[in-house]
Design a protein around this ligand. Structure first.
Ligand SMILES: Cc1ncc(COP(=O)(O)O)c(C=O)c1O
Length: 389
């Protein structure tokens, strides 16, 4: 008799988790030869000087483990960037940790906070990496739906959801997939809620910090003293420098929280990639204004895509931030968004992301998410297809 495959006996810790929708839709787009506006990555490269610096460091022999918290020169550049853009002081030694992607930083922050039975509040639609991290620590995700009209958060609902088991609130601004941003009023309300509790922390996913449009400015959680002392803020170089494949980001948190985050980080990955960190440090020192150019760069893409959709039947409310645009298809179809996204990929040749997969309870309206971090030709081609539907 042959022994059963080991996997048959394995009791899944994440029984409800399958392959992420990003992988599924990108694979389908490839299979169908469809225009891929689903997964969130640019179809253009990061700055040449940054890529050259990576090659230079790799060739110069900077190829062994970096310090666990990250290359010091990069942590110093991060501190300079926080000061320049937000007026925030952060100590590179005790408050800044470089991570192999914001995803890892967020995973480590959640793991550091959540004990079995603890609750973490998340807002739907919610980025797909948060809940598995909560579950793996034995915690429970409490989902609060954002407004289906403007994707704002009802803080009265948050207040009534907080109880003695609530350990963490996870926010994401600018918000993937809706593009909504949290403003000063939101963060002050959050600050007052959090500071009334003894043992409540915040993970703030700010990976799209520089992609904020129409003259608005990103409000970082780090700018609010009551939140600063209880928060882990996660950022991504992938989004800021058009290098999602380099998977490098960082976490900013006060020393006591950073110490706990690093305990987890050192056994999840230990370090981020050395030559990547050195290249980023060089580039940030030479081009500190680069992030400030992103709002205009992406707003032009958003406007091109939205303006080109004027004759379409989709509902379009221009995105306030990120490089995603939601299209409301309720005037066209009452199909499930998951079915429609597949059908449009197969039949119309355009791939998008259905947003119900990021929600515990499917939203009443119907939205598909399109990534506009694409060259002009693709944005125009995508709009042309969508206008014919
Ligand atoms: C909201 C949000 N958080 C985190 C990430 C992951 O960032 P990174 O690639 O740096 O891990 C993404 C990437 O798509 C994102 O959209």
């Amino acid at each position: 008799m042959t022994a059963p495959a080991a996997s048959n006996n394995l009791h899944s810790k994440l029984p409800d988790v399958g392959t992420t929708i990003f992988t599924v839709m990108s694979a389908l787009a490839n299979e169908c030869g469809a225009l891929n506006m689903s997964q969130g990555f640019p179809d253009y490269d990061g700055p040449e000087a940054l890529r050259e610096a990576l090659g230079r460091h790799a060739m110069a022999g900077d190829n062994q483990y970096a310090p666990m918290a990250g290359v010091l020169a990069l942590r110093e550049q991060i501190a300079a960037k926080l000061l320049r853009y937000y007026g925030i002081e952060a100590n590179p030694d005790t408050e800044i940790t470089v991570a192999p992607g914001a995803t890892e930083a967020i995973y480590c922050a959640i793991t550091a906070c959540i004990q079995p039975g603890d609750e973490a509040i998340v807002f739907d639609p919610c980025f797909d990496s948060y809940e598995p991290a909560i579950t793996l620590s034995g915690g429970i995700a409490r989902h609060i739906a954002m407004s289906e009209v403007d994707f704002s958060i009802d803080w009265d609902v948050v207040e009534s959801t907080i109880n003695e088991r609530t350990r963490l609130i996870i926010i994401n601004s600018p918000h993937n997939p809706s593009g909504a941003i949290l403003n000063d009023v939101d963060l002050r309300r959050l600050e007052s809620l959090v500071t009334q509790q003894h043992n409540l922390y915040v993970v703030s996913d700010e990976v799209y910090e520089h992609l904020v449009f129409d003259g608005e400015r990103h409000c970082s959680i780090l700018q609010y003293p009551g939140l600063r002392e209880r928060s882990f803020a996660a950022f991504s170089f992938g989004k800021t420098f058009h290098i999602t494949g380099w998977k490098t980001g960082y976490c900013v948190a006060p020393p006591a929280l950073t110490a706990e985050l690093r305990k987890v980080h050192q056994f999840v990955t230990f370090v981020a990639v050395t030559p990547v960190q050195l290249a980023l440090a060089d580039f940030m020192a030479a081009e500190p204004d680069f992030p400030a150019s992103l709002a205009e760069f992406y707003q032009a893409k958003r406007d091109l895509f939205c303006d080109s959709l004027k004759s379409s039947r989709f509902g379009v409310r221009p995105s306030a931030g990120t490089y995603f645009q939601l299209l409301d298809y309720s005037p066209i179809s009452d199909e499930l968004d998951t079915e429609l996204a597949v059908r449009y990929t197969r039949e119309q040749g355009i791939a998008s992301i259905p947003i119900s997969v990021f929600c515990e309870a499917p939203p009443a309206g119907g939205y598909l998410r399109f990534c506009f971090a694409k060259r002009e030709e693709m944005l125009l081609k995508g709009a042309e297809i969508l206008c014919k539907i």
